[in-house]
Structures are given as C-alpha cells and as structure tokens.
Design a protein around this ligand. Structure first.
Ligand code: RUQ
Ligand code: CUA
Length: 761
C-alpha cells in the first residue's frame, strides 16, 4: 500500500511537471485522450526504453512451428532478432548460401530435406548451473533433432538428428556444466525406425532419453560420445537436470503410462481417453553419471551406430527409478538448490513437490514398492513426496524466483499464474493472465541463481487482444513485475511467428557477441574460409563447365562486377565482405536464381548456381549499405553455347572529355577540404577514449587510402590524356571521399552526443 502511495505521489509530481513543460499537450491530456490510468503510466514507466536504451535481460523464445528462435529484450519487450535454425531464412542467407545449406543438410532425415522444425525448448549453455551466454540449444519435436546456436554471432552451427527416436519433446535441457544436452522421446516407436504393428506396442515400442555430449571448447555436440537410455513406451515428456545436491541426476515426466493405443476408426476410444484413464503416470529419475559410466564401459547395444543402454541393463545397473506422479503431468522443474522437483499435473489441481533427499534415500536403501512390467523399480509416492499444494486448474510449468522458496506455476485452465512457497506449501498470490498460459519464464529462473524481477506468461491465445490480423492470431507474451509481494501486469507482446513454447532469459551483460568477423570467416564453421580473398586478389577461374568467382564486397561495389560464363556452366561466387565498419552488411542476389547472401563485415559466403539458360542476369546488393547502394550491382552474362562476340567494346555508355575530368577534379579538391576540416575537429578531441570512434576512424582511414589509389589511377590516365578512364577514376576517387566524409560525420555526431572534450588545437 505504502509503495502504491509513493508511486502515485511520484506520478502526481510527474504530471505536474508535464503541465509546465513546453509540450502541446500535458500528460493529463494524453491520459485522458488515450484513456490511461495511473497504473498504466506506471507500467509504461517500468517498460518504456528511451531511444538508445538497452534491456537488462535477453529472452530467447522458441519460434514454434517456424523452426526459428525469437530474441527479445526485457523489460522493453522489443523483438531484436529471429535466428534461423531449422528453416531457411533469406535475410540471414540461411539456406541460400552453401555454408548454411551444409548446416541444414545435417538435419536431413531418411534422405529427405526437412525444411522446418517444431521448436519447443531453448536452453542456454551453463557453467556451474548458471547460464553462461555462450551457446543456445533448441529441439525439434516433430523431427527429433537438436540444434546448436553460437551466441557469439547468433548463428546456427550444428544440427544433430536423433538416430533412434521418431519424435521427442523433453529437450533441450542442459546439465549444470553443459556436459550433456538432454533430449527425451515423446511418442513411442520401435527404436531406430523399424516397423512393428501396434499389437506389439508393449513389446516393441519404446521411449528413451538421449544424453548428447557437448564439447564446450569446440561448441559442438559429439554424437560418438552420446548415448540413449531405452525406456518403456510411456510417452515421455519434459525433462530437467538436477543441480548442486542433485547434480548427476535428471528427471523426465511421462503422460501415458497406460500405454494406451487409440484407434477411433476401429471403434476404440481416442488416445486422450486411454492416456488419462489412470490417476498417475511416472516420473523417471535417472542417475546420468552412472549411465555415463555404463556407456563408457561399453555395456550398450548399437542401434543405427548409436549407443543404447537397454532397459535390461538400465534396470540391472540401477540407472532408472520411477515414482508415481498425478495426473497427466507436464512440467518438471528442479529448484535452484537442487533439493526439490516440482511437477504440474494437467488434470490435477495441485502441484507435487518431490524431495530429492527422500528419493535418494529410497534408492540407496532399495526401498521400492514394486517394479513396472519392464523391471524398473518404483518408489512409493509417499516415500518421495515433500508436499502437494492445491494451486488451481491445470498446473503446467514452474519457474523460480530470486527469493528463497518462491516458485511461479502456470495454470493452463484457470489462465492464471500462482506464486507459492514450495518449502512451506503455501499459495501467496495469483494473477490472471490472458488465455491460456503454457510455459512461463522468470529471469534465469531455471538456474542455481535466479534473478527474479520479471516473469513472462507465454499465452497460447490472443482472443480480443490485438488488432485483428485474420483467423490465425499471434500468441501473447505478457510481462509481469514480480519484484514486490503482489504480481503486477506490465505489458503484452504479440508474437508474430509460430507458437512459442518455452523461453529462456539471461542477464544481457552475459551476452557479448562479435561486432565483425575475423577477415574471411566461414560463419557456419567459425573457421577461416578457404575461398576468402583480400581486395586486389579477386579473380575469375574458368575450367571446363565450371566458373569460380573469388569476389569482395565493399561500399559500394562488388569486385568483379561483370562475370561472363557459358550456358550450362556451374557458377560459384565466393564473396568476402572486406568492410571493417560495424553493421556494414552487404547482400548478394542474382535475378531468377534462388540466391541471397548476407555478408556481414569479414564474412565469406558462397552462392552456387547452374547457369542453365542463356541470358543477362543482374546481381546486386540487397542491404541499403550506402548512398550508392543501388549502384552496388553487376551482371552475370550467360552466353549461348558457341556464341561469337562481334560487337565493338568500349562503346557502351557515355563519352567523357577533358572538361568532364576537370569538373570532377575540382569537386574532389573541394571535398577534400571538407574532410580535412572534419579530421581536424576529430583529432582535436579525446576521440581515442571512445572505442566505437576509434573503429570508425580506422574505417575512414581505409576509405581515404582507397581514395588515394583511385586518384593515382585518375592522374595516370589524365597523363595519357585518356579522359574516359581519367574521369571515371576521378569519380571513384570521389566515391571513396564521400564514404570517408560520411563516416567522419557519424564520428562527429557520436563525439558531440557523448560529450567529447577538445584537448588540442
Ligand atoms: S510444452 S505448454 Cu514445453 Cu512443448 Cu508445455
Ligand atoms: Cu552493399 Cu547495398
């Protein structure tokens, strides 16, 4: 109450201020006109980020069926990027250059390109149980795959296909030092892709959990060091890794321990009836350290070349135990201290809190109430349970607060979030959200040190919420302030891409991406690109039936600009962006070809086409990179077989005279005077204290060096009275001057905005 009072005093002061400030409208006018309450203003003040401002957290959202990842800032809820993962995305060149096609090809299944994914759960790599901001993993439910995204450039670098499963859901979840990425099967099927009739469901259909070994130094999953534990066909669901006291263990739900097989067309009740018939399913408890030892000891069966710990071995070695969980469970979440496991049952009204200590004691004492039909030991519910807490209808997922013992659980049916104490088993607060909440995310809310502050409700529907955009609605991510005792709704973010499931959020300062690549990098491998060339070394190599172009891109031209090939040739462009300036990206597209490259500074990418049809194919840069971006163009000329060129060359375009040359020369000398003045200003300041400026100055210096080279060519041609060449090179000299001046002006603005001091005359 007190804080609310304080807030409204502050707001009144603010409104007062608004009344005296020199605006056309007062704040009160705007509130009235837009029908805003003081509460709205407070929410706005807590989320609004003025121009140039940064967010405290970054959220990585699953992109659902888009097969991508969505990145947005918290609390501003501004979308910053879509990361292409399982689906081609032309802006990033993903699926349109050869380097990224190779990544997508890793995700082929049964010889088929799979050009989409049903992404559900992103996970950031962890060090000591905290997200470290280095890598992001995400799963594909439909085509059992895991992708690895490098957060130094936000690019997908690896896709692995699960060699034994037919679908999955309980991935990607990482162990506390990213030793493994966990992926659990969903719909049971014979392991390895064999056929078996449904009448052999109990005997031949199986679930499983795969532990993908991750090599942090290389940033890659290592399939040869990965293994799967075979499981009964219980429809395994979500997973979570143990931490601290429960490090070395992991937990996976299941929702159809009934092993029901539907078949409406045969007069049988559908899956949904049979899979919810019993009051409980099974929580699977894994000792993954023990499983790792069993795998390393070679006690595995190979299926499709992949190591599988069979059910018999798992039972004999004591790797898996089961405990009952009510009812049609979904989320399983381990508390920050690793002591408790919170499970939501979709058809239960309460959340179940399991005690790891009790589970461990039961396993150590072999205190089991029986075995399942596959020989896995079952721990009695009462021997594992800490508390059951009535929360409301449809508890699903849980996230933890920075405050001790505080957890937030989504209530799907109630469309609410419950804030509760899992140590004491008490509900503390509830907030209604928009329909219907699935997952929720708190800041680093799955780590050993949650950051609290904000919670986001990831709602499935957006009925009545936004301007209508047709029958397919966006989803609605609602930002909630959890810093106080009561949860407060702050903001609605419509998500316009797929149905996101889970989101993971990290302190923004832990993400330190590159500004530019090391010259000539293949961004998809992270290594030096063998086909990169430096400016001046560009070339066109012709072999029978094959033309290879080694090109560079810099404001505002490609080198080379004209490429002549013959009908039927295979043409490959390896293009390196030779810029160093921040954000100076070039694109590369060729008319009528399925090609678009994204060339960030320093990157080398490859476009490959078959020149099937003779003709003229303009190519150009697809990023507005400078004032002369439209002129960043070229021609791919595909000549008919045996074509004889008889037209005179050198007659294309306009003819220049000495007068044209003199005019351009004069302009250039004047431009140089402007540049000199800007340089004088910059060097008179403490510009070296600003790294951004230092980088820009370096770039401007480069441009002036190029200007000098072009001037030399103009002078040489003028000496030979070749006014055509002299005028054109004088024009190019001027282009470089303009680019240098442009950067100089950016520097000047930056210095003025950042309070640079004049230190010299
Ligand atoms: S799902 S709404 Cu994590 Cu795939 Cu729960
Ligand atoms: Cu380069 Cu536009």
């Amino acid at each position: 109450m007190k804080s609310l009072f304080k807030a409204s005093v502050a707001l009144t002061a603010l409104i007062g201020l608004g009344a005296t400030a020199a605006y056309a409208e007062t704040l009160q006018d705007v509130m009235k006109r837009r029908n805003l309450t003081e509460k709205d203003l407070m929410a706005a003040a807590k989320t609004y980020t003025p121009t140039g401002g940064r967010d405290e957290f970054l959220a990585f959202s699953s992109g659902g069926q888009s097969g991508q990842v969505i990145v947005y800032g918290v609390p501003s809820m501004r979308i910053l990027k879509y990361i292409a993962v399982f689906t081609p995305e032309p802006w990033q060149g993903y699926g349109f250059d050869e380097e990224s096609k190779a990544v997508l090809a890793q995700g082929r299944m049964n010889g088929k390109d799979i050009n989409w994914g049903d992404t559900h759960h992103p996970a950031i790599s962890e060090t000591n149980g905290e997200p470290d901001g280095k890598f992001l993993f995400i799963n594909d439910k439909n085509n059992p795959r895991i992708a690895v995204i490098n957060l130094h450039d936000f690019e997908t670098q690896q896709i692995v296909v699960n060699p034994v499963m037919a679908s999955e859901h309980g991935g990607a979840f990482v162990t506390p030092n990213s030793e493994y990425v966990i992926e659990a099967a969903q719909y049971a099927a014979p392991l390895g892709g064999e056929y078996a009739p449904l009448s052999e469901f109990n005997e031949k259909y199986r679930g499983g959990v795969t532990y993908w070994k991750f090599n942090k130094e290389k940033g890659r999953i290592v399939p040869e060091e990965s293994f799967t534990i075979e499981l009964p066909p219980y429809s395994q669901d979500l997973s979570d890794a143990g931490k601290l006291v429960s490090d070395g263990w992991s937990f996976t739900n299941s929702f159809c321990a009934e092993r029901y097989v539907g078949g409406i067309e045969k007069g049988r009740p559908p899956f949904e009836a049979g899979c919810s018939a019993n009051d409980v399913d099974y929580l699977h408890i894994f000792n993954w350290k023990k499983a790792e030892a069993v795998f390393k000891a070679g006690k595995v069966k190979k299926i499709n070349g992949h190591a599988v710990i069979t059910l018999e071995t798992a039972a004999a070695e004591g790797i898996v135990a089961l405990v009952a969980e009510p009812k049609s469970p979904h989320g399983v979440d381990v508390s920050p201290d690793g002591k408790f496991i919170v499970v939501g049952g979709k058809l239960d009204t309460q959340a179940s809190v399991y005690s790891f200590e009790k589970i461990k004691a039961a396993i150590d004492a072999k205190n089991f109430s029986g075995k399942d039909p596959y020989g896995l030991p079952i721990i009695a519910l009462k021997d594992a349970l800490h508390k059951q807490v009535p929360l409301g209808l449809g508890p699903l997922h849980s996230q933890f607060d920075s405050k001790n013992c505080i957890v937030y659980t989504s209530l799907y049916v109630d469309s609410q979030v419950a804030k509760w104490d899992y140590c004491e088993g008490k509900v503390l607060d509830k907030i209604s959200v928009h329909y219907n909440i699935g997952h929720l995310v708190a800041m680093e809310g799955e780590s050993v040190k949650p950051k609290g502050k904000y919670l986001i409700a990831l709602n499935k529907l957006a009925i009545d919420r936004f301007n209508p955009v047709g029958p397919l609605h966006p989803q609605n991510h609602q930002l909630i302030d959890i810093s106080g005792d009561k949860m407060e709704m702050l903001y609605d973010l419509p998500i316009p891409l797929g149905e996101p499931h889970y989101v993971t959020a990290i302190s923004a300062d832990k993400i330190q991406p590159l500004v530019r690549y090391k010259y000539g990098t293949d961004s998809r491998t992270g290594e030096a690109h063998k086909m990169a060339v430096r400016p001046g070394a560009e070339k066109i190599v012709k072999e029978p039936g094959k033309v290879t172009v080694f090109a560079t891109a810099i404001r505002s031209h490609f080198t080379p600009e004209i490429v002549e090939v013959e009908e039927g040739d295979e043409v490959t462009f390896h293009i390196t962006n030779s810029e160093r300036a921040q954000d100076e990206v070039h694109g590369f597209a060729i008319s009528g070809q399925d090609i678009n490259l994204s060339l960030e500074p320093g990157k080398t990418a490859t476009a490959k086409i078959k020149a099937e049809k003779a003709g003229v194919y303009p190519y150009y840069c697809t990023e507005f990179c400078s004032a002369l971006h439209l002129e960043m163009q070229g021609y791919l000329l595909v000549k008919p077989k045996g074509y004889k060129d008889t037209a005179a060359t050198g007659k294309e375009g306009q003819v220049y005279t000495k007068a044209d040359f003199d005019k351009q020369y004069k302009t250039n000398i004047e431009t140089q005077a402007v540049i000199d003045a800007v340089v004088k200003y910059i060097t008179s300041t403490n510009f070296k204290d600003f790294p951004t400026v230092v980088a820009l100055v370096e770039d401007a210096t480069d441009q002036l060096k190029f200007a000098g080279e072009a001037k030399q060519k103009a002078d040489d041609a003028a000496a030979k009275q070749d006014w055509q060449q002299a005028t054109l090179w004088a024009g190019q000299w001027w282009q470089y001057q303009v680019k240098a001046a442009d950067i100089g002006l950016r520097v000047k603005t930056y210095l003025e905005e950042h309070g640079a001091k004049v230190v010299a005359k």
